[in-house]
Design a protein around this ligand. Structure first.
Ligand code: SF4
Length: 216
């Protein structure tokens, strides 16, 4: 019997234009071994508490999103679930060969390359990687990254124009989810942005979903 590969997922988003090129789905995994000071995604750090999802059901989800060009893998630490995410990208590309893939990692690219077969397998399936831990003292308004030590690494030639485009923040997107809850995605433009936004909305009677992203 074939084993069904499972992932622990913190959150999914069908459509996002601020965490990678074009319009993308986003998958936030649950669990990160790092503890960057100022991490905006504290609720995704414990390895417990995620939603158990199978690779086939996540592949169905991604393949059923006709207006997205790819997926961004965030978290949490995607490379802590590297084998499952590599299997997911294979399953999606079996049906949509041009589906692009970008991932975040708190580890540096060089460390990921040395980090074992599963991590290298995931790297081989990515078009783009944002690497390195978030460092609050180096916070900037940067394209898809929280701090200036983090690099945007092109692993394929899928996005050749990236080097010539301005390296400025892509902004924040707020979504209304089924049931009316608000959530947001994106790289905060300033340190402490999340707490400020939540306080601002709370004053007006709104409660924001706790899952967020990313590296600030
Ligand atoms: S910023 Fe990223 S790598 Fe650092 S603790 Fe948060 S999720 Fe982990």
């Amino acid at each position: 019997m074939t084993e069904v590969i499972r992932l622990s997922v913190a959150r999914t988003l069908d459509r996002c234009t601020v965490l990678g090129p074009g319009t993308r789905a986003v998958l936030w995994v649950q669990g990160c071994p790092l503890r960057c000071r100022g991490c905006v995604a504290a609720e995704t750090l414990p390895f417990e508490g995620g939603t158990d999802r199978t690779v086939p059901e996540l592949a169905d989800w991604l393949c059923g999103l006709p207006d997205v060009e790819g997926v961004t893998l965030s978290g949490g630490e995607p490379f802590s679930q590297a084998a499952g995410l590599a299997a997911l990208l294979d399953a999606v590309r079996a049906r949509r060969p041009d589906f692009s893939a970008m991932a975040y990692s708190g580890l540096r690219y060089e460390a990921l390359r040395r980090g074992g077969a599963d991590r290298r397998a995931l790297l081989r399936r990515l078009d783009l990687l944002v690497d390195g831990p978030y460092v609050a003292a180096l916070h900037g308004s940067l394209r898809w990254r929280g701090s200036s030590n983090q690099r945007l690494v092109a692993l394929t030639d899928r996005y050749p124009d990236l080097r010539s485009e301005p390296d400025t923040g892509a902004g924040i997107e707020v979504s209304v989810e089924p049931g009316g809850a608000l959530s947001w995605a994106g790289v905060p433009p300033t340190p402490g942005f999340r707490a400020g936004l939540e306080a601002h909305l709370a004053e007006r009677g709104f409660v924001l979903h706790t899952q967020a992203r990313r590296d600030t």
